[in-house]
Write a protein that binds this ligand. Structure first.
Ligand SMILES: [Zn+2]
Length: 104
């Protein structure tokens, strides 16, 4: 299962009507407009914005229910995502900052 906790940079979203669509080319060549001619933004969560409720709840449930929790490619310093690794204290964790596997 893959949850887009922080969204997807390969998708744009309209903040007015909530529609989204895949980015046709990367890197982006020009600003995209929706059917209402509104400027689209990347469909990702920026610093200071809330994580969408559905992926946040699903990720928390999956973290509590997993046998092994792998935390890869993150500093694990920014919450609430950083808190997922503590949801299952017995699960093994691995961080890209540390090459050691550790059991807590
Ligand atoms: Zn729109």
């Amino acid at each position: 299962m893959v949850l887009e906790y922080h969204g997807n940079i390969l998708r744009d979203r309209c903040t007015v009507e909530g529609s989204s669509r895949n980015v046709p080319t990367m890197p982006r060549r020009a600003a995209s407009l929706c059917r209402l001619r509104r400027l689209l933004r990347p469909d990702v969560v920026w610093f200071g914005e809330a994580i969408p409720r559905t992926p946040m709840m699903l990720a928390a449930a999956a973290a509590e229910d997993c046998d092994v929790f792998l935390s890869v490619g993150t500093s694990s310093l920014v919450y609430p995502a950083a808190g997922l690794a503590q949801a299952r204290p017995r699960a093994a964790r691995w961080s890209s900052r540390s090459t050691r596997m550790r059991r807590t």
